[in-house]
Design a protein. Sequence first.
Length: 45
Amino acid sequence: MGEKITMDADAGLQVPTDPIIPFIEGDGTGVDIWPAARLVLDAAA
């Protein structure tokens, strides 16, 4: 399914092989951009 991206004690990111990429629709990327970006991200999974 996917794993969370976490932060270690030294404030470094621990990124798993299959990270969960969070998003908020309408987060400033534009209504016209998100549907296309979602197709690309889903295809990469």
